[in-house]
Ligand binder design. Structure first.
Ligand code: ZN
Ligand code: ZN
Ligand code: FE
Length: 759
């Protein structure tokens, strides 16, 4: 990777050992030619493998003796690259390093309080690159010619700013300012701007803050009315707000920071980490994460954030600056246009954001930190392919529809784009097309093959089909859940010629081979092909897309399918749930179900969770973001799951097709007995876990398989992932679950490229 300070580090190491030679980039990596006695050379290689610069990683070292008689340099030098183009890729943006941090808080340092301080160990990368090679002129730092002091640092191999492309100081670099939502600029500079911003937040104002990969909206997280006002103005009513706190100590006042969480929070990627909201007893505004028992915290990751947070005694909300569902704003003009009406003040700067990067999100589940959204700090770090993928083909995979990412495969590795969002939003789709071009240029990538989802209506698939036609390229269509399965297999390095494995894919919706909607699948397969051994019984979704937004529709459809509506209505007529459903236009719905009008059958796990959530009274009428009902059901059930471990609802798993009728009957009986919704949720989770585990184990023994691969967005549910993993591991199976890539459609494009590659 360029721009991570690797060559200067080699230079320093060689000089310290008084060795002669050179270091340069070549097309395959870093080439070091070095002369000296063997003891010192061994020391050199030992050191090389330890203590690499923070943003670099050595994949492998190959050593071979140099031919005698070559010209031995008198010293150790950093040589220019050889062999034409160097395609080492772009690094991801990294949180401010400890050295830069001490500079900005040191009143005697020339970078004191300078909000754009960075070095080769930290700072912006992908977010500022316009073109390759990664030189300052090809970044949005091109507008800021370096002052003599910065230039000296930039040219000195012993300086940690040697070839740090975004190097800057207050004399030559970008600047911050504050303006009112109405557009008037405040007459303040530098430190004064940040001081004033902190004051305004303390007073309960809402600020737009331009960061490294996008513009956020911020307010005091302990201020009820500020948080409510932000929700109202942003029209984001339920989805949890992310938080930023000064340090781990501040986070632990509000959330449980165990060592794994602390390590994830302190990673150079500085993701949002979702943690239990049981800290040392202090609480934040109730509107931060309604219906959940968790907070999503991150630590400051730019000098600007560090300087601001140092002046505040409470965490701040730091949520993406956008109108609902649109992509986060990145330009000053967009911020004024779209956020001027939401924010009271805008804290802006004059460095352009070239690539929008949302904050990445992580959650601890089944003992590991797992990525739920992969963007800033992780993209575009390449993913090594498993053994057997030589990568001689160049494959472009277009991703799915929601939470889209695309993926480029070539030279033995896969590069996944950052999370782009839901393509059904027109501005996200435009951004998707722009990023497709940007990545292909950055990696000088020309695909030999294009892979799309089988779904006829996904915009990504339509675009992929068009591109294949225009460029005369072969096109491969992958089944959605096979791609989920392959993504997890590739992430866990199952070899290209792997024996078939069992894929348990629990998902929202995906297009099935028979043209119906799938989403609760038991697949047997490898990278090339698969068989659908079993699945959930399909239940129609009355109203199609309406059923996704209005969980009561799925509740009604599930009850009707499991027990028959007439029976339910007569046997449970006193239940509040039934009374509620009867206020809905049921006659209409029943007609639709009977005649199969706009009621596509779906074997979806996600819709079952929605239906159960609605039954216990969660998000009955509508959800405002994808997965809301399931997330709230999980939160409610958490406290009871262990106590009711052996009291899961019964599921009929005979014949290997799950029949939920016994589960629904037991659930309705519990409602009638007035049991707490959390208890019902826990019994549902436990019964569900037992049933899917039982079928998986039975299929594994029928087909002599020992490896189970999990995937699909429903596995973001921690109770489910932990329960299924535990039950299957207890029976001796090897179980793999998505970890470095999201279990949801954000990880799908990796599965698509590897399937494409193998076919
Ligand atoms: Zn630094
Ligand atoms: Zn300077
Ligand atoms: Fe999916």
């Amino acid at each position: 990777m360029q721009g991570v300070g690797f060559r200067p580090w080699v230079w320093q190491l060689a000089r310290a050992l008084k060795l002669r030679g050179s270091v340069r980039n070549d097309a395959r990596g870093v080439l070091i030619e070095i002369w000296g006695d063997s003891e010192k050379l061994n020391q050199f290689v030992d050191h090389l493998e330890q203590g690499t610069p923070p943003l670099s990683r050595i994949e492998s070292i190959e050593c071979s003796p140099l031919v005698a008689g070559q010209n031995i340099p008198a010293d150790f030098i950093i040589a220019s690259s050889r062999g034409g183009d160097v395609r080492t890729g772009v690094a991801s943006d990294a949180t401010t390093c400890s050295e830069c941090l001490s500079e900005i808080f040191d009143p005697h340092d020339r970078r004191y309080a300078y909000p754009f301080t960075n070095c080769t160990h930290c700072g912006p990368r992908l977010s500022i690159v316009r073109e390759i090679p990664y030189d300052r002129a090809n970044t949005s730092m091109a507008d800021f010619p370096m002052c003599p002091s910065c230039q000296v640092e930039y040219e000195d191999p012993s300086n940690r700013r040697f070839h740090a492309q975004p190097n800057a100081c207050a004399d030559c670099g970008p600047r911050v300012w504050l303006e009112k939502g109405s557009g008037d600029r405040l007459a303040l500079e530098g430190e004064g701007v940040i001081r004033k911003a902190a004051e305004l937040i303390g007073e309960g104002r809402i600020l737009a803050i331009k960061g490294i990969g996008g513009i956020h909206l911020a307010c005091d997280a302990a201020n009820e009315s500020a948080v409510d006002e932000l929700r109202r103005r942003k029209k984001r009513y339920h989805k949890a707000f992310a938080l930023m706190a000064r340090d781990l100590e501040m986070i632990s006042r509000y959330a449980r920071v165990d060592p794994t969480a602390a390590a994830s929070l302190s990673d150079p990627a500085a993701p949002i980490v979702i943690m239990s909201s049981q800290g040392q007893g202090e609480t934040l505004a109730s509107g931060i994460s309604p219906g959940q028992n968790s907070y999503g915290f991150m630590l400051p990751y730019t000098p600007l954030h560090h300087l601001l947070m140092a002046l505040l005694d409470e965490p701040v909300v730091l949520t993406s600056g956008n109108l609902s569902d649109e992509p986060q704003c990145i330009s000053n003009a967009e911020a004024r246009d779209k956020l001027g009406g939401i924010a009271d003040f805008l804290l802006l700067h004059d460095r352009d954001i070239v690539t929008r990067l949302d904050d990445s999100v992580m959650r601890l589940s089944a003992g590991r930190p797992r990525i739920l959204r992969r963007a800033r700090g992780y993209a575009p770090q390449p993913i090594s392919l498993p053994p057997g993928f030589n990568g001689s083909r160049k494959v472009l995979a277009m991703g799915a529809e929601l939470k889209n990412t695309f993926c480029l495969l070539g030279e033995g590795r896969a590069v996944l784009s950052q999370h782009l969002g839901d393509l059904e939003n027109a501005s996200v789709f435009r951004e998707y097309q722009r990023m497709l071009e940007h990545y292909q240029r950055l990696y000088d990538f020309e695909p030999d093959l294009i892979v799309v989802d089988k779904h006829p209506d996904y915009l990504s698939a339509q675009l992929g089909r068009r591109l294949a036609e225009e460029r005369g390229l072969p096109l491969i269509e992958t089944q959605h859940h096979h791609a989920h399965m392959a993504a997890c297999m590739a992430e866990h390095q199952l070899p290209a010629d792997t024996e078939p494995v069992l894929g348990l894919i629990l998902d929202g919706l995906g297009y099935g081979d028979d043209g119906s909607i799938w989403g609760g699948e038991f697949l047997l397969g490898d990278y090339q092909e698969y068989r659908r051994l079993a699945s959930f019984s399909p239940v129609p979704m009355p109203g199609g897309a309406m059923a996704i937004r209005e969980p009561w529709r799925n509740c009604f459809a599930h009850l009707a399918a499991a027990l028959g509506w007439e029976q339910v209505e007569s046997a449970y007529s006193d239940l509040e749930l039934i009374q509620f459903l009867k206020t809905r236009p049921l006659a209409n719905l029943r007609k639709m179900l009977d005649k199969g009008i706009n009621s596509p059958p779906a074997s979806s796990a996600g819709r079952l969770f929605d239906a159960v959530a609605a039954a216990v009274g969660l998000c009955r009428e509508r959800i405002t973001f994808e997965g809301q009902a399931a997330i709230e059901l999980e939160a409610l059930s958490e406290a009871y799951v262990d106590d009711f471990r052996s009291a899961g609802y019964p599921v009929d798993t005979g014949g290997k097709h799950l029949n939920w009728a016994p589960l629904w009957e037991a659930l309705l009986n519990d409602l009638q007995r007035g049991r707490a919704p959390g208890v019902i949720g826990a019994r549902f989770h436990n019964g569900f876990v037992a049933a899917v585990s039982e079928i998986t184990a039975a299929l594994c023994s029928d087909y002599l398989v020992n490896t189970v691969v999990l995937g699909g967005g429903v596995f973001q549910n921690r109770l489910l992932l932990e329960g299924v993993s535990r039950q299957l591991r207890q029976q001796g199976f090897a179980v793999f679950a998505p970890q470095r890539l999201p279990a949801n459609d954000g990880g799908l494009s990796l599965g698509q490229v590897v399937i494409g590659c193998q076919r």
